[in-house]
Design a protein around this ligand. Structure first.
Ligand code: FPP
Length: 251
């Protein structure tokens, strides 16, 4: 899957290698518009979107970005026409089956976040298989958000915390930001440093709403299937110009 050879023309000196986002998150939007603009079915946009996924993974590896989280399917995406939902779920399954060997070869640890139990059994089997066979890998942590919603994640965290209180394993007074963080799907990961959204919409769409409190945002008009290494470089270069204050004073 990983097209590292295509990245040879990326000049590392285009930006500061020591100031890379350690966790990059992406809202991959615009597959449908990409296809409609070309007079093609939306499914072709999703298929090309899958190619852009491979590309961005290769580029993260190339630039030593250690964590990548991709928003693949939201809890709201079930409202789409049934045939589009079925196509997407089958596409995920197909891509996961096809890419297993490459994920292992490229030392990628794959992880899935979201309400996974509501997904088809056959997809869950694939996800478990890939999680198990890549869990010792350490070059890139690839998080796929699937049947994911930020509010659903917070609700699930609240349920887990409530159970601990009822079972007297936690006192209400002890609840703090770490308690919430430790009960999110992303409990073992740092918050994203940079969130990229493609296709121009200036909104968050219920993605990692707790985790992006201090994340830098970059919105590009480029549709996801067209998103390439130069677009990634542009986003990172802009990220590197930002002064991150976390609500405090600049030193
Ligand atoms: C948003 O475009 C994209 C999606 C809802 C699906 C994302 C899926 C992929 C990129 C395919 C492969 C992914 C993996 C992880 C194997 P849209 O359909 O909302 O576009 P529109 O806003 O232009 O209609």
């Amino acid at each position: 899957m990983i097209i590292i050879s295509n990245c040879k023309n990326i000049k590392n000196d285009l930006f500061d290698k020591n100031e890379l986002p350690q966790h990059l998150a992406i809202i991959m939007d615009g597959n449908g518009r990409w296809a409609e603009k070309k007079g093609l079915p939306r499914s072709v946009g999703h298929r090309e979107g899958a190619k852009a996924v491979k590309r961005v993974i290769a580029n993260c590896i190339h630039f030593n970005i250690p964590i990548l989280t991709l928003f693949a399917f939201s809890t709201e995406n079930w409202k789409r026409p049934k045939n589009e939902v079925m196509y997407l779920l089958k596409l995920f399954e197909r891509v996961l089956s096809k890419e297993k060997a490459n994920l292992i070869k490229d030392n990628i640890k794959i992880n899935f976040i979201g309400r996974l139990n509501d997904l088809p059994d056959s997809l869950n089997e694939k996800m478990n298989e890939l999680f198990e066979s890549t869990k010792k890998n350490n070059k890139l942590i690839l998080n796929i958000a699937i049947n994911y919603g930020g509010r659903a994640e917070i609700i699930d965290a609240l349920k887990a915390i409530t159970i601990k209180i009822v079972e007297k394993k936690l006192n209400i007074e002890e609840i703090n930001e770490n308690t919430i963080r430790d009960n999110l799907y992303t409990h073992n990961l740092p918050d994203p440093d940079l969130l990229i959204r493609t296709a121009g919409e200036m909104r968050i769409s219920n993605f990692m709403i707790w985790q992006i409190a201090y994340t830098e945002l970059w919105v590009t008009p480029v549709f996801w299937p067209d998103f390439d290494k130069n677009n990634l470089i542009e986003a990172i270069k802009n990220f590197q110009k930002r002064v991150r204050k976390y609500g405090g004073k600049i030193q």
